[in-house]
Design a protein around this ligand. Sequence first.
Ligand SMILES: Cc1cc2nc3c(=O)[nH]c(=O)nc-3n(C[C@H](O)[C@H](O)[C@H](O)COP(=O)(O)OP(=O)(O)OC[C@H]3O[C@@H](n4cnc5c(N)ncnc54)[C@H](O)[C@@H]3O)c2cc1C
Ligand code: SF4
Ligand code: SF4
Length: 429
Amino acid sequence: MNSALPSKAPHRLQPPRPLSEIALLSREERLAGRPKLCSDCGICTGDLRPLMAQSCVFVNNRAEEIERRLHGRNRHDGDELLFGIYRELHVFRMKPPVPGAQWSGAVTSLGALLLERGLVEGVITTGAVPGTRYAPLPILARTPDEVRATRGNKPCLAPTLDVLTQVRQAGLRRIAYIGTGCQVHALRAIEDQLGLERLYVIGIPCTDNTTYPDLQRFLQVVSRSPDTVVHHEFMQDFRIWLKHEDGSVEKVNFVDLDVARLGGEIGVFPPACLSCFDYQNGLSDLTIGYMGAPLPPDERWQWTLVRTERGVELFNLLRPYIEERAPISGGDRTRGMPAYIQMLRKPRRRPPWPIRQLVAFIQRRSGPKGLEFARSVIEMKLLRNLQFVRERHGRLERRIVPGYVYRALARYADVYRREFGCELQPPAR
Ligand SMILES: Cc1cc2nc3c(=O)[nH]c(=O)nc-3n(C[C@H](O)[C@H](O)[C@H](O)COP(=O)(O)OP(=O)(O)OC[C@H]3O[C@@H](n4cnc5c(N)ncnc54)[C@H](O)[C@@H]3O)c2cc1C
Ligand code: SF4
Ligand code: SF4
């Protein structure tokens, strides 16, 4: 294969383990020997480990440099600061929705179509470790059915880029890749060294990911019956919806979540995910998620941000199999941000049950909707994560926080200064 990669097996940071075993490890076992911030994207477990320094988003966030390569520019003011650069935004769903998919099944349908049409020879996608529902097992799918079988989220860290070793060993030159923002950053950073003729990058939004054992702890705290949860999602109505084996749906208000029982956010989310600034997977060809789409969930509307020319090609491939509707946007996210910033500085104790029910009711009734919901959640995560980096990994801020974060949050500079006593500006470079 014509690539800049070393031809010999390189030094590995730790003895290789099957990916199915890695998924089951605790955070401590899994990330032992890694830099402080690591989302286990798969670079350091496979043959690409020598390229870690140039690819890792937690060593050097190169998002804005890669944006310029992909688009010839950086993000414009407005929605692009939160959503990433895009040329089209659609609200759509597969017609009919795919049973068993996370939403309507657009992501796996697209991967399957690429193989069916002979546009790629393989798709990197994430199935489940046999015997589990949610422990992620990244695979190189060679047939449409293999891609379809990976439908549904496994909401845990997945070393998807490890599979590039198999791509290389199989001599594949045209592939599609499905993954999260930190993984796509690493892939884009070394794309030109992989000897590929064609690469399609299908992004999914991602935030607050976790390890498999921590996900199980989370479900135990949240659900009345953690072992029977077959699907769960943080919905746009400020509730977690957990679907059980018997078809019943349990709904838990965000404000009712007892995060303290999990050891706080830091107890359940890896430091890397709390230092992540690419919720919307800004370097993909297209990103397919749900958070900008309207409810109710059983209608399975999704949204996509089509970013590149190749993203347009991908969306056109899906077009005959989907139906579209107009996006909606309602409410005013900026109203709640000052209170959120105050709470970040001085976390409050969980209020009593009746007050929580009132807050949840008001959120559902008057909170942001549709695209405004997406803007609101992205802004909150950018701010929370910036503050986390400043407090815990301050020396890294210059390297791992991209410039668009400060531009996106600039409207809250006064509240931030008042609460934290410092500027919401990038450190001197
Ligand atoms: C941890 C996590 C958090 C997410 N948070 C949000 C969010 O806040 N807002 C939002 O809009 N969307 C979010 N998503 C994406 C969303 O839940 C759906 O995955 C997306 O809308 C695609 O739905 P679908 O029906 O088209 O996918 P399907 O056709 O069901 O396919 C799902 C695809 O997801 C891939 N996948 C599953 N688990 C992983 C994993 N751990 N790592 C990498 N790839 C994986 C599989 O390879 C598969 O190709 C998140 C996804 C994950 C994994
Ligand atoms: S995030 Fe990826 S590249 Fe960075 S240290 Fe972890 S495995 Fe390596
Ligand atoms: S939250 Fe960010 S760092 Fe963590 S897995 Fe998702 S994209 Fe990667």
